[in-house]
Design a protein around this ligand. Structure first.
Ligand code: PAF
Length: 325
């Protein structure tokens, strides 16, 4: 067996801004590799001081679309304890939505004035809380269709090639996302700036509301929602309720396409285990509160009924509690 190839650090790394990455799961590791591949100094933030010294490497199994040629690469990164005190000027937060605020509270004193903080989570309802926690930072929202699996600690497989959209959280970052795309998108993962990220966040939320809780509760693949008649019935009814809520909330375009969008995504990811199913099966807290929970909150505030979504929210929460008990 041949040795894993080591990614070379480029001579420009000293002149580029250091990127801190929060969350050492599949997405955090994948992004750390992409940023490092462009010569950025990458610091992976860990809750506890690293046991193995600070100089480490992530094992990356790239996707053919990454253009990296090697089958497996060792990508050098620096491990840094969250309670270190070096200032943070660029932060990419890749934690799960429920872990985001507690993790940011921990490092808030380190975030420099004017720092760019990019939030890459499923769901909605946490961006404004981050903006008030970090009033002097510029907050950006990112949405990604990249697929990645963690194969072990600091070991990631880039399984599906996608794209990442980046936009400024309204009112938080006046300069927009274009300048930051130049930095974030220099690696092997493509990034595109969007003028208004909010419609894209709603579109992703609506698809996640349709697919994630049903697949998590039934323990089925995304494609089974379309192919098993009883599940298909539940899926169609849920899409209709999500569409009615979106229309009532003033998103008529999204309301008209949500069923087709969710069907297309479920078909394109037919063999996948949704992230919420993976969370429930692993006994982890899921993102239900920031997906279905957010939709239900918005519906309730507007006086719109959403009994199917409320029932799914309760059922997923009960399943989480049963696993933790
Ligand atoms: O959360 C997920 O799993 C994904 O966003 C999606 C699109 C539902 C595919 O599995």
């Amino acid at each position: 067996m041949r040795d894993n190839a080591r990614m070379q650090e480029t001579p420009t790394s000293a002149t580029r801004t250091a990127w801190h990455v929060l969350g050492a799961g599949a997405m955090g590791c994948l992004w750390a590799c992409s940023l490092a591949s462009a010569g950025n100094a990458v610091r992976l933030l860990l809750r506890e001081p690293p046991a193995c010294g600070s100089d480490a490497s992530i094992t990356l199994i790239p996707h053919p679309a990454d253009g990296l040629r090697e089958e497996t690469l060792l990508v050098p990164v620096w491990l840094e304890a969250a309670r270190d005190n070096a200032p943070i000027a660029r932060l990419l937060a890749c934690t799960k939505a429920p872990d985001l605020l507690p993790a940011l509270e921990h490092i808030a004193p380190r975030i420099a004035d004017g720092a760019a903080v990019v939030l890459l989570q499923n769901g909605m309802g946490f961006h404004a809380a981050v903006a008030s926690l970090l009033p002097r930072a510029r907050i950006f929202c990112a949405l990604s269709t990249e697929g990645a699996y963690r194969e072990g600690s600091l070991h990631v497989r880039h399984a599906g090639s996608g794209e990442t959209l980046l936009g400024a959280f309204p009112g938080s970052a006046e300069i927009g996302a274009t300048e930051l795309v130049g930095e974030l998108g220099r690696g092997f993962l493509p990034v595109r700036a969007v003028e208004d990220i909010i419609p894209a966040l709603w579109a992703k939320l609506a698809v996640n509301c349709a697919i994630n809780p049903l697949t998590a509760l039934h323990g089925c693949s995304n494609g089974e929602l379309l192919d098993r008649p009883t599940l298909r019935g539940e899926f169609d009814a849920l899409c209709a309720e999500i569409a009615a809520v979106l229309a009532g909330l003033g998103h008529p375009g999204l309301a008209a396409t949500v069923a087709a969008d969710a069907t297309r995504v479920a078909r394109a990811t037919a063999a996948n285990r949704s992230s919420m199913r993976q969370d429930l099966e692993a006994g982890r807290r899921s993102e239900i509160g920031f997906i279905t929970g957010f939709l239900c909150q918005q519906a309730q505030a507007a006086g719109l009924p959403c009994p199917l979504n409320e029932a799914l929210l309760t059922a997923v929460r009960q399943r989480e509690q049963a696993k933790q008990a």
